[in-house]
Design a protein around this ligand. Structure first.
Ligand code: DX5
Ligand code: ZN
Length: 225
């Protein structure tokens, strides 16, 4: 199993008038970027949609980790797949038939992730922590909808619990954390068991995003050795 801690910059905090430029700033040090899709229904905010993902696909070969914070995610899987997403993560709170949705995402050749809101009992994740059930579990460490919020301390125990569930089942699904991660807490988040570390403002609001990613990766990886 690949045990490396990897920072995955969220473009929500990038400059939307210069997305290509901002992506190029971190392309050399990251494999993936995190793309937040918000609908103003599931979360009280709007962000970007399919056309932006399609345009970004033309300017970078990075892996697109698309985070759908939308109701009726099943209606948009094909469009985001066609636009160039490599992985689609939907909220467990928004799906009536999550297993079928995972199946649908995978049938299009993409990886499938399941995200959980801070208020949702992690017990609902049990079926998805079984070996092979999904490719990523994303534990939200802020209320979804906005960047630059403070990390919720309650997330550490949730990450630890999901880590245990995955390990007990020998699942190789990636454990992701999203929201409020920065230099001060990436060690603790990594020690708790997260490996796919989404970071928006910490990366793109810093003076040197590339150096910040390197530093975050180093701190995270040092903490688990
Ligand atoms: C929040 C989004 C996050 C956000 C993280 O709803 O899902 O991906 O961009 O931003 P920071 O790292 O600034 O908390
Ligand atoms: Zn996100």
């Amino acid at each position: 199993m690949n045990n490396e801690v990897k920072t995955v910059p969220s473009i929500l905090s990038a400059d939307f008038a210069n997305l290509e430029k901002d992506i190029k700033r971190i392309e050399g040090v990251c494999e993936s970027i995190h793309i937040d899709i918000m609908d103003g229904h599931y979360v009280p905010n709007l962000s970007i949609g399919v056309p932006v993902v399609k345009s970004l696909r033309k300017v970078t070969g990075m892996t697109f980790d698309t985070h759908l914070m939308i109701t009726n995610p099943e209606d948009f899987i094909e469009a985001f797949a066609k636009a160039g997403s490599d992985m689609i993560t939907f909220h467990i709170e928004c799906s009536k038939e999550p297993e079928a949705l995972i199946e649908k995402i995978r049938s299009l050749g993409l990886k499938a992730g399941v995200a959980i809101h801070p208020d949702t009992d992690i017990k609902v994740l049990e079926p998805f922590t079984k070996k092979g059930a999904c490719d990523l579990i994303l534990v939200m460490s802020v209320n979804p909808g906005f960047g630059e919020q403070s990390f919720m301390e309650s997330a550490y125990d949730r990450i630890k619990a999901v880590r245990k569930m995955l390990d007990d089942n020998s699942s190789e699904a990636l454990l992701a954390v999203d929201g409020g991660v920065r230099g001060e807490n990436i060690a603790k988040v990594s020690k708790a068991g997260a490996r796919h570390i989404v970071a928006g403002s910490a990366v793109f609001k810093s003076e040197d995003p590339e150096a910040t990613v390197k530093e975050l990766n180093k701190t995270g990886n040092d903490s688990i050795r």
